[in-house]
Design a protein around this ligand. Structure first.
Ligand code: GCB
Length: 623
């Protein structure tokens, strides 16, 4: 769609950022055909002149803000509107203005002052457009955003609108959005909406890769893409890059040109938490300057300046080991969600910082962005705190053959383009996960995943690629293409529920079979766990009590300790599901959401969290 956003919007001496988040106007289109907004062209006048509106916070999911069940469970178009001024000083001929939406779930159409400026498909990645020609400077501007949460077999994640028949007693035209993934389909404008300025010639994309770390120096390659908002024939552009130390006081390397290599002497490497005493999350700052090199009459072009945090580190797979800076790394992690009370999946600093404080309290050194890309600010915190990330795209719930078709594949490839472009410069990201639990035993899944994994490798050859496998080792058709085998398995829960006594032999058997099937690949147990409702107790333990989850955890640790330290260890990680309880669709198997969290949804620890904490703190300093 041509409008996906790459660089995080940052202020600099050449760039201003204005945050449009706050209290917006909102209306759900629950007309019979759900298309009244388009028929009546709601974007052509203030939303309140089209009918009743309510207040809605941006960013936030809209589902849990009101007391209206119809809005919580709504599927279709909802309409957002805000008004804002831009200063007349922004209107000079030397500046461009970009409108950027951090994410909106799922389909978003955007109008500025009644002009359509963007259309984006996919609920978890940013999009932007140069709106300079549609803003009115020194006056009031009206921004209208229509968002549709409908999921189809070709969206990621996929879903289906199911129609229910009057023959079975349903009311006429009764239909529901259904989906095969286990988290609530929260919707709305989930991340901040920003307006930012750049000079006419500006930095559009930066790619930084540590290509080699020698004994006294590191090689860091860089590539800069520049855009010029003015069509000029035979124009050339200056690019200068300067790498500064952590405090931005000392220049450690510099270069000129659109691409090249920086040699950093005595580099301070980026290390995950637990692997270094001094350099956990060590970040350099790459300062990129660009300007017009050719002299044109009347071309008054300012120099653009963009600062990017850079971690010098390598990731390699060596046989069955996962190496960071050539040292074996063992994932002591969790699966997570962006999921919070009231705000749903809406970006919220208090909740995000609370989660990071809890991750550190727990002693985790890693998490997976299950099951979709998380906010960019979360990725930045991982870089700074040395929390390793397995970066997952929103391909979750691919449970039927009609998901493995060309229309989905093309979208999947495009989503990987957007995700890799957005996240490739984060040192914390050590692996891409292209899907969670697809039915990879179905014949069309084989070529489908071959294509997605090859595409991801071609976008980024510096990181391994995985998908999280649910099919057993003897039926899966797609782990042959991954660099690291990841699987989910719930011993003592979905298998042999209540029978913790068989966890050790059964899990050992299963993991050993995976190793025999893929002997040359590292293996991560990506999801395991059990439901525990905070405050439920029983001794001896029974399912859903805190004691039961403690028992399940204890049995798993026995297996991991055997395999982690055995000959030629191939198990490189244990990732418990889940960091915290989270909301799901309503089903008979979920009691007010999924209760496998170590924390409650309100982020208070259950007893099992203390059990995990003891192990993670003890082990992470040994990796
Ligand atoms: C899984 C899914 C995850 C679910 C979990 C569960 O395998 O990947 O999204 O939440 O199981 O608790 O059932």
């Amino acid at each position: 769609n041509g409008c996906f956003a790459i660089l995080y919007p940052r202020e600099s001496e050449s760039r201003d950022v204005k945050d449009l988040s706050g209290r917006w106007k909102f209306r759900m289109d629950n007309s019979t055909d759900r298309k009244q907004g388009f028929t009546d062209k709601w974007w052509t006048k203030p939303l309140s002149e089209n009918g009743p509106v309510i207040d809605m916070p941006v960013p936030s999911s809209y589902n849990d803000i009101t007391q209206d069940k119809n809005l919580r469970d709504f599927s279709g178009w909802v309409w957002y509107e805000t008004e804002f001024y831009v200063s007349a000083t922004w209107s000079d001929a030397m500046t461009r203005e970009w409108l950027r939406i951090g994410s909106a779930h799922y389909t978003a159409f955007v109008w500025l002052n009644s002009i359509k400026v963007m259309e984006h498909y996919g609920g978890h990645l940013p999009f932007e457009s140069d709106v300079s020609n549609h803003l009115v400077f020194g006056q009031l501007n009206r921004l209208t955003v229509a968002v549709n949460n409908t999921l189809t077999p070709n969206t990621l994640p996929p879903g289906k609108i199911e129609h229910f028949s009057t023959d079975n007693g349903y009311p006429a035209n009764y239909q529901l959005q259904t989906y095969q993934f286990d988290f609530f389909n929260y919707a709305g404008i989930h991340r901040p909406v920003k307006l930012y300025t750049t000079p006419l010639v500006c930095v559009r994309n930066i790619t930084v890769i540590t290509t080699d770390i020698g004994s006294n120096s590191a090689q860091v390659s860089y590539k800069i893409d520049v855009v010029d908002s003015v069509q000029r024939e035979n124009a050339a552009y200056n690019v200068t890059v300067i790498l500064m130390d952590h405090k931005q006081q000392t220049v450690v390397a510099n270069a000129t040109g659109m691409s090249g290599t920086l040699t950093v002497n005595n580099p301070r490497l980026w290390w995950p938490v637990g692997m270094s005493s001094a350099d956990v999350g060590y970040l350099y700052k790459l300062v990129v300057y660009t300007s017009l090199a050719t002299k044109f009459d009347n071309a008054n072009v300012q120099t653009d300046v963009y600062r990017l945090s850079v971690g010098i580190r390598t990731v390699k797979i060596d046989g069955t080991s996962f190496l960071i800076n050539d040292k074996p790394f063992y994932f002591l992690g969790v699966g997570k969600h962006e999921d919070w009370d009231v705000r749903g999946k809406g970006f919220d600093w208090p909740m995000i910082l609370k989660d990071f404080n809890l991750l550190n309290w727990l002693g985790a050194n890693a998490f997976r962005t299950s099951h979709y890309p998380y906010a960019e600010e979360i990725m930045q915190l991982c870089d700074e705190q040395g929390i390793v990330v397995i970066d997952e795209c929103p391909a979750v719930g691919m449970h039927s053959a009609d998901n493995f078709v060309n229309a989905t594949l093309q979208h999947h490839l495009a989503v990987m383009d957007e995700l890799v472009a957005r996240d490739r410069n984060h040192p914390a990201v050590v692996m891409w996960s292209v899907a969670n639990e697809p039915e990879s035993q179905l014949p069309p899944a084989k070529d489908y995943f071959k294509a997605v994994i090859e595409h991801t490798h071609s976008l980024d050859s510096s990181r391994p690629v995985t998908f999280v496998c649910n099919a057993p080792y003897n039926t899966d058709l797609a782990t042959q293409f991954v660099d690291v085998v990841s699987f989910n398995k719930y011993e003592g829960w979905y298998n042999d529920g209540g029978h913790t006594e068989v966890i050790v032999p059964r899990l050992t058997d299963y993991i050993e079979h995976w190793h025999q099937t893929r002997p040359n690949k590292p293996i991560i147990h990506m999801e395991w766990g059990a439901g525990a409702i905070s405050g439920f107790h029983a001794n001896p333990s029974v399912m859903y009590t805190e004691e039961y989850l403690c028992d399940v955890i204890g049995q798993h640790f026995k297996v991991y300790d055997q395999l982690r330290t055995g000959a030629g260890p191939y198990l490189v990680g244990e990732m418990i599901w889940n960091f915290a309880d989270f909301n799901t669709a309503q089903t008979a198997t979920r009691a007010d959401g999924n209760r496998k969290g170590l924390m409650t949804r309100e982020r208070q620890p259950k007893w099992p969290a203390y059990v995990v904490r003891e192990r993670y703190h003890a082990l992470r300093n040994q990796t």
